[in-house]
Design a protein around this ligand. Structure first.
Ligand code: GDP
Ligand code: MG
Length: 370
């Protein structure tokens, strides 16, 4: 059964252990600080101290599922986060590269040239779209499965000269499992043997029905190579985003997800983080998996220094003590002491898991406070 120690619960809620023990005593439970309690009791305690427990499975935690429900009250619109999926060689990388050039914020620079794992394109109309730029990386298959929680919309790339292939079907399944709406980009329409209609017909089998046939999936014909109709694709994304009414609270302390990370010779550990909610600021103390640190610098996809990054904004951060894994959730904590406590706890549970010790992770892994 799922259990947690009083000590751990106290750490996570930032409530003194003695206060929890007192409360438990009132419930007729005599507990010491290192005793374990079950989920129901933990919930009772959390409730008493004005917090909510979200029961998450271990795989959720590893996948970086954060408390998604708390965005419901947010009122500030945020940019959609888009992942590009599809069969190998259908043009995912080409399309991501082509879309970089549409960024108006890059001005004369000729588009975004930095590769930081995600980038945001600004449109002439003042909107923004965030693209996850991870295909081809070793981490992509992991991120793709984990992508569920960071991805709002999936662009399914299907080559017009090749049609629906095994990884096309797999991508459809991923998107459906994640509850992410699909926009179909029929690519390579510049090719003489392109047959978009064949693709449209094949997709029917997978319940992807275009608007022309009375369905609700937007299907856009593009060519990454000749940069045809990229604005049409962006328009489709913005339309889908509008329907989804994506919002996040920029005022709260930041939570995000690590998109990729590396150890840079000159700069030390560098992580690309997609901010999910709140605003990440230079000087914040953050925890990501077993890594932590004080954010020394924030850099965008144009290698510009930022002082802060709000919801849906991807940024490179410097200052972590190690490179976290892609998909790891990142959160701002109130102090270095708290950061150490959390990372030590995570290192410990990782060890316990490895040695087959009692598993205390799967229960109350994310308190509202983290
Ligand atoms: P990925 O495996 O899905 O990332 O596909 P790539 O972007 O690497 O593209 C695979 C091949 O298709 C490359 O040789 C590209 O140059 C080519 N390609 C991609 N998009 C287009 C397109 O719109 N038209 C044509 N003719 N070729 C394309
Ligand atoms: Mg590729």
């Amino acid at each position: 059964p799922d259990v947690i120690t009083v000590q751990e619960l106290s750490n996570r809620m930032a409530v003194r252990g003695v206060d929890i023990i007192k409360f438990l005593m009132k419930q007729g439970l005599m507990m010491k600080i290192n005793d374990v309690i079950d989920t129901d009791t933990a919930e009772l305690v959390a409730d008493e101290f004005g917090m909510t427990v979200r029961r998450v499975s271990e795989s959720d935690v590893e996948a970086g599922f954060l408390s998604d429900d708390i965005d419901e009250e947010a009122t500030t619109p945020r940019a959609p986060v888009v992942a590009i999926m599809g069969h190998v060689d259908h043009g995912k990388t080409s399309l991501l590269d082509a879309l970089r050039t549409t960024d108006v914020a890059s001005g004369e620079a000729g588009g975004i040239t930095q590769h930081i794992g995600a980038y945001q394109v600004r449109t002439p109309g003042g909107d923004a779209v965030t693209f996850l730029d991870t295909p081809g990386h070793a981490a992509f298959s992991a991120m793709r499965t984990r992508g569920a929680n960071v991805t709002d919309i999936v662009i399914l790339v299907v080559a017009a000269d090749d049609g629906v292939m095994p990884q096309t079907i797999e991508s459809i399944q991923h998107a459906k499992a994640a509850g992410a709406p699909i926009i179909v980009a029929i690519n390579k329409v510049d090719k003489p043997d392109a047959d978009p209609q064949k693709v449209i017909n094949e997709l029917l089998q997978y319940e992807i029905i275009g608007e022309a046939l009375g369905g609700d999936t937007q299907i856009v014909e593009v060519s990454a190579k000749s940069k045809t109709n990229l604005d049409g694709l962006i328009e489709a994304i913005l339309l889908q985003a509008e329907v989804m009414d994506l919002k996040a609270d920029p005022e709260r302390s930041a939570e995000g997800v690590v998109i990729e990370a590396k150890l840079d010779k000159g700069r030390g550990p560098v992580a690309t983080v997609l901010v999910k909610r709140g605003t990440l600021r230079r000087g914040d103390i953050v925890v990501a998996g077993s890594a932590w640190g004080k954010v020394r610098a924030l850099l965008n996809e144009r290698n510009e220094q930022l002082t802060e990054a709000g919801p849906s904004v991807p940024v490179e951060i410097l200052g972590l003590d190690e490179a976290p894994s892609p998909g790891e959730p990142l959160a701002v904590v109130e102090s270095e002491a708290r950061a150490r406590e959390l990372t030590e706890y995570r290192a410990r549970t990782k060890r316990e898991k490895a040695t087959g010790g009692i598993n205390q992770v799967s229960l109350v892994d994310m308190m509202a406070k983290l």
